[in-house]
Design a protein around this ligand. Structure first.
Ligand code: FCB
Length: 454
């Protein structure tokens, strides 16, 4: 029997991208260098030595891309702004050509009836700010707040949904502890995460004081439900630690205006972390988010062998594949149940926040082609199951308002270069030709009907 899953009226359907992953034009029209330009050009950290120099050439093809979104019936588009296009050295004089690019992009979206959802920061920090200490420095926090304030003033008449940061966990604790910017440095990552939360709260404050404060402002966190591999006490503890640093460390500040005590205790001494400034907590208290953006792809399974493994970044995340579980091309477990459990848990523990799924999607090989169309039934099947989980959560009362597929099109997948494909639209990176995959057609029909069938 066919079962229909109908979404609430006005549910916001769209797709997401980010500046460095699609724009290209890395040194055009006065854009300053960002940390990813540097990682790509000067290190060997990216697979195949790929770079975002050209990427999807979206900087020159944004009209064509918006046309595609329009044909696909997308209601909204989540994109990010390249800070060094606006302020080439992070602060100081703004760059008119960069400002114009986003004016044109936003105007074109609106002319096509697509709502712009603007992320202020998706990892492409201006290099000159990395040089003065990156997110470890409060001077960078100040520069971010000035940049945000400029953006609210300039685009706030047309942009009504703002995201301060994309996935602070990733660009602070993970990238620092894995040595992406420099040497491995867990402390630097922790300090950065605290500074980013302060920058976030200050930006929310400034948004509400700006001349167009009538929109919504939130943050996108990458969250993952954590399961123990067994019933052992050690595994249960590993869950608390992992959930603490992956999820609560970022959820609590923006939804409870506090930091989780158990994690603070765990890090203060070993990493010599100073007390969280009182002013940060006050800022967070006075500037709650309007919505929580959730990026979710998978769940996390943990197990600890010894008590001494139970450290902040203890090596108990299971990465080896387990028979009977399903994995994507990234090696991430396909885990719609984890998505459902995550939504229910956030609703319960954080007082029923308004939620948008700002990223969800999957990388597969995409190598089955019939009549020129990629037959990505596995992607459709993935999204279907995640949407079913979203639907069930909404039925249980979760305040979920919209969903953005990652990604509109294949793009530069950070250290994996162009080897991992997440798009609804295939890009031929030689010719820049865009081709809809089967999933793009399917998603178009879901949006049109505001429902799907199983
Ligand atoms: C998220 C990032 C996004 C993309 C997806 C696959 O962590 O926000 O840029 O790389 O993963």
């Amino acid at each position: 029997m066919v079962k229909e899953f109908k979404f609430p009226d006005g549910f916001l359907w769209g797709a997401a991208t980010s500046s460095y992953q699609i724009e290209g034009a890395w040194n055009e029209d006065g854009k300053g260098e960002n940390v990813w330009d540097q990682i790509c050009h000067n290190t060997k950290k990216v697979q195949n030595s790929d770079t975002g120099d050209t990427a999807c050439d979206h900087y020159h093809r944004y009209k064509e891309d918006i046309q595609l979104m329009s044909e696909l019936g997308h209601k909204a588009y989540r994109f990010s702004v390249s800070w060094p296009r606006i302020f080439p050295s992070g602060k100081g004089t703004a760059n008119n050509k960069g400002i114009n690019f986003y004016d044109n992009l936003i105007n074109e979206l609106l002319a096509n009836g697509i709502e712009p959802v603007l992320t202020l920061y998706h990892w492409d920090l201006p290099v000159s700010l990395q040089k003065i200490g990156g997110w470890e420095s409060r001077e960078v926090v100040e520069a971010y707040v000035n940049y945000a304030s400029f953006m609210f003033d300039h685009y706030g008449d047309r942009v009504k949904k703002w995201i301060t940061f994309n996935e602070p966990l990733v660009f602070t604790i993970w990238f620092y502890s894995r040595g992406l910017y420099n040497k491995r440095d867990v402390r630097g990552g922790l300090i950065s995460s605290i500074n980013v939360n302060a920058a976030h709260a200050k930006a929310v404050e400034i948004y509400h004081q700006s001349k167009n404060p009538d929109g919504l402002i939130g943050i996108s966190l990458n969250l993952s439900h954590v399961y123990p591999e067994s019933d052992s006490e050690l595994d249960k503890k590993a869950v608390i630690y992992t959930d603490g640093i992956y999820n609560r460390w970022f959820l609590d500040p923006v939804l409870k205006a506090s930091y989780p005590n158990d994690i603070l205790e765990l890090i203060e001494k070993p990493y010599n972390i100073p007390k969280i400034p009182k002013n940060d907590i006050e800022l967070l208290e006075n500037n709650p988010i309007d919505f929580l953006g959730i990026n979710n792809y998978s769940c996390t399974r943990v197990s600890a062998k010894k008590e001494k493994d139970l450290t902040l970044l203890g090596n108990f995340s299971k990465t080896n594949k387990v028979k009977g579980r399903e994995y994507s091309e990234m090696g991430w477990e396909v885990c719609p149940k984890g998505f459902y459990d995550l939504l229910m848990r956030i609703d319960e523990d954080y007082d029923h926040p308004m939620i948008y799924i700002t990223e969800n999607g999957v990388a597969y090989k995409d190598d089955k082609i019939i009549n020129g169309i990629i037959q990505d039934d596995d992607r459709i099947y993935y999204i279907k199951r995640y949407l079913e989980a979203a639907y069930q959560a909404i039925k249980k009362g979760v305040n979920l308002k919209g969903y953005f597929v990652w990604s509109l099109m294949d793009n530069f997948e950070w250290i994996y270069g162009y080897s991992k494909k997440f798009g609804l639209i295939h890009i031929n990176f030689e010719s820049q030709k865009r081709t809809w995959k089967k999933s793009a057609y399917w998603y178009r029909d879901v949006i049109k009907a505001n429902s799907f069938n199983i």
